[in-house]
Design a protein around this ligand. Structure first.
Ligand SMILES: NC(=O)c1ccc[n+]([C@@H]2O[C@H](COP(=O)([O-])OP(=O)(O)OC[C@H]3O[C@@H](n4cnc5c(N)ncnc54)[C@H](OP(=O)(O)O)[C@@H]3O)[C@@H](O)[C@H]2O)c1
Length: 236
């Protein structure tokens, strides 16, 4: 199997994008450490039973350094090494001009989308550096390429993530660590369908397509794509 004997941390594992990504790594034999704010997830546990992969559940608050460090220590104790880190956890807030944005909203966006990836990368990348191997994937947003109004906190947090991705890629390249981000447009999720029932859902980015790209970037074959923010626009 493509990811047999590979240990993969996936944050946001219980989310709309996280689930299909977890499924696709389990299907290919990976040992997945699924991070969310829950101790256990029955759907993912059941799914794993019918695959050649394994799953462990790790509860963490990704905006808290000691929680992230404890979670990473637990994973390293159980799995021994981490080959792949996929930072999916994140969130959206919008609808207000910057001048009307509460400090709390600003901080929430920075914590969910940027601090979380800084802390996870800091906790995991040193172990990857020691072993001269690692793949890190971050989930950004296409809207960072052409920023518009009324989602300033979100866009700035994801733009920071783009820069963090490029910096980490430079810092990891001498020790065979590749760091890339995927920047999707609106994703075809049940939540988004609920918010926009009348939109043309066929044009939205399919989670499975994002999972396919993540897997390609995480294969040992990929040593060359590094420090890229890969755009995934909606169709049409
Ligand atoms: N949906 C879109 O259209 C879209 C478009 C472009 C980019 N993105 C990006 O794609 C990623 C996934 O989006 P999604 O729609 O799958 O989001 P989602 O369904 O809301 O899932 C978010 C995940 O992040 C976890 N999480 C949030 N804050 C956390 C924290 N402090 N500590 C630990 N876990 C935390 C949640 O865990 P719990 O289950 O514990 O809450 C959940 O698993 C995000 O980074 C998002 O910004 C999404």
């Amino acid at each position: 199997m493509l990811f047999s004997n590979q240990n993969v941390i996936i944050t946001g594992a219980t989310g709309n994008l996280g689930r299909p990504v977890v499924h696709s790594f389990l299907d290919r034999g990976a040992n997945v450490a699924a991070i969310s704010r829950h101790d256990h997830d029955p759907e993912l546990a059941e799914y794993a039973k019918n695959t050649s992969g394994n799953i462990i559940f790790v509860k963490a608050d990704l905006s808290n350094e000691s929680s992230v460090n404890q979670a990473t220590r637990n994973i390293l104790e159980k799995l021994g090494s981490i080959e792949i880190l996929i930072n999916i956890a994140g969130g959206f807030a919008g609808g207000k001009l910057v001048v009307d944005t509460e400090l709390q909203t600003w901080n929430e966006m920075m914590n969910m989308n940027l601090l979380s990836v800084f802390l996870m990368s800091k906790a995991v990348m040193r172990a990857m550096m020691e072993r001269h191997y690692g793949k890190i994937i971050n989930i950004s947003a296409l809207a960072t390429m052409n920023p518009g109004p009324k989602k300033g906190a979100y866009l700035v947090s994801k733009a920071g993530l783009n820069t963090l991705t490029k910096v980490l890629a430079q810092e990891g390249k001498e020790v065979n660590i590749q760091v890339n981000a995927i920047a999707p447009s609106i994703i075809l999720t049940p939540a988004n369908k609920g918010y926009m029932p009348d939109a043309d859902h066929d044009k939205w980015v399919k989670p499975e397509a994002i999972a396919d790209l993540i897997r390609y970037l995480c294969t040992s074959k990929n040593n060359d794509i590094n420090g890229n923010i890969i755009e995934m626009p909606a169709k049409g």
